[in-house]
Ligand binder design. Structure first.
Ligand code: PMP
Length: 385
């Protein structure tokens, strides 16, 4: 019986992304994760005079870069002996990580438990159920509350073995006998490593090291931290930008240059999900993963800019994107304008619009908020300089 709350581990990780491209046969699901294409965004490149390139992470088998993170968390835990077949991976998430963990858990003979707020989109819950996750909906409360969905998952992983009086959730019984880990994507540095060992070297290779800037929004901070650390080690002149959505406090922290102080790391105010139609991005606390990021500057972007961008690249490039991908592209244009013509700016397309039908792509929701565009913009004038 083992119950592990994952902390940072020493030693080299075992990246799932180390797939040999010379072997046309991938040995199972885990080897289909990563090695995503880098795509030139023609419309934005033409309009800015820069090369705007984006890593198409929505082409991972579970539809997002969280596949890399889930695979890294699970394989590290298995190689350390903290998780074995029949065991359970527990996480509190309303985003893509639950989907990726449920899928990866199935691939390695494990189970998954996901707690999420009960206002999460119905299709998300259905998808998790279909993937075989044990899903528990909890009332939305602040992260400081013991019943916040993240704290609930942490406790489930622990109670599974230590408290026989625990609430009768079937997964607890299995956790008690087979072992359970708390994936802990915000603080577990396997998240950082998934990007440092996978996403970043891939995009370094795909650009042949010829890039001037990388930009991304942060949810856990894993992507921007892993990629920025790797790129800065390769070439410290590469500019790293953060793009921050409404309701998130990272931009102000970067602008005030206080990102890395202990005081800032510990203070946070609550985020209000009604602040934005963006999903999966924005932070009001500094996570272990985010703290590893090396950021030169940041931009704020609005929901309306992202909504207009999503329509613009669908119309011009045929890309049907989710909210964070659209916001990353808004940021890429702002970075291109700041750098001037002739530069190469790289970003990430996290997931597809299909995951965002109930909010970001829902005309009624956008109309209610007054951010439903009348038509697709002819140019990039919807982006504030
Ligand atoms: N986009 C989406 C859709 C996400 O779910 C997340 C993660 N919550 C991100 C972007 C941000 O990635 P990261 O967690 O690596 O900062």
């Amino acid at each position: 019986m083992s119950v592990i709350i994952l902390e940072e581990v020493d030693g080299p990780a075992n990246p799932q992304n180390a797939v040999s491209l010379s072997d046309p046969v991938r040995k199972g699901l885990l080897e289909t994760i990563g090695q995503t294409p880098l795509v030139r965004i023609g419309s934005l490149s033409d309009a800015t005079g820069c090369e705007i390139l984006a890593k198409a992470e929505f082409l991972n088998p579970g539809g997002s870069p969280k596949d890399r993170v889930a695979a890294q968390i699970v394989t590290e835990a298995m190689s350390r002996g903290d998780l074995s077949r029949g065991g359970t991976v527990a996480e509190g998430t309303s985003g893509s990580t639950g989907i990726s963990l449920a899928m990866v858990a199935q691939a390695v003979g494990c189970h998954s438990y996901v707690s999420l707020p009960d206002d999460a989109a119905e299709e998300k819950k259905q998808l998790l159920h279909a993937l075989g996750a044990h899903v528990e909906s909890v009332r939305p409360v602040s992260i400081t509350h013991k019943d916040h969905f993240v704290n609930k998952a942490r406790r489930r992983a622990t109670e599974g073995s230590t408290n026989s009086q625990a609430e009768p959730v079937s997964i607890l019984l299995r956790a008690a006998t087979e072992g359970c880990i708390f994936a802990n994507q915000f603080e577990n540095m396997a998240n950082f490593r998934a990007h440092y060992l996978g996403t970043a070297p891939e995009l370094w290779q795909q650009t042949k090291g010829r890039l001037d800037a990388f930009i991304a929004a942060a949810g856990t901070g894993g992507t921007i931290a892993g990629v920025s650390r790797y790129l800065k080690e390769k070439d410290s002149s590469i500019r790293i930008y953060l793009v921050d959505p409404p309701g998130s406090s990272l931009h102000n922290k970067v602008a005030r240059g206080v990102l890395y102080t202990r005081q800032e790391a510990e203070g946070h105010r609550l985020r209000n999900p009604d602040d934005t139609v963006m999903e999966g991005i924005g932070l009001n606390r500094l996570t272990n993963n985010f703290k590893e990021a090396r950021i030169d500057a940041s931009f704020q972007a609005t929901d309306l800019e992202a909504v207009e961008m999503a329509r613009f690249v669908l119309r011009n490039d045929g890309l049907f994107l989710g909210s964070s991908s659209a916001m990353n592209l808004v940021g890429a244009v702002k970075a291109a304008w700041e750098l001037g013509k002739g530069h190469t700016v790289v970003t990430v397309l996290c997931d597809s619009g299909a995951r965002h039908l109930s909010k970001f792509w829902n005309p009624q929701v956008l109309q209610k908020r007054g951010i439903m565009p009348d038509k697709v913009s002819d140019d990039l004038s919807f982006i504030a300089k």
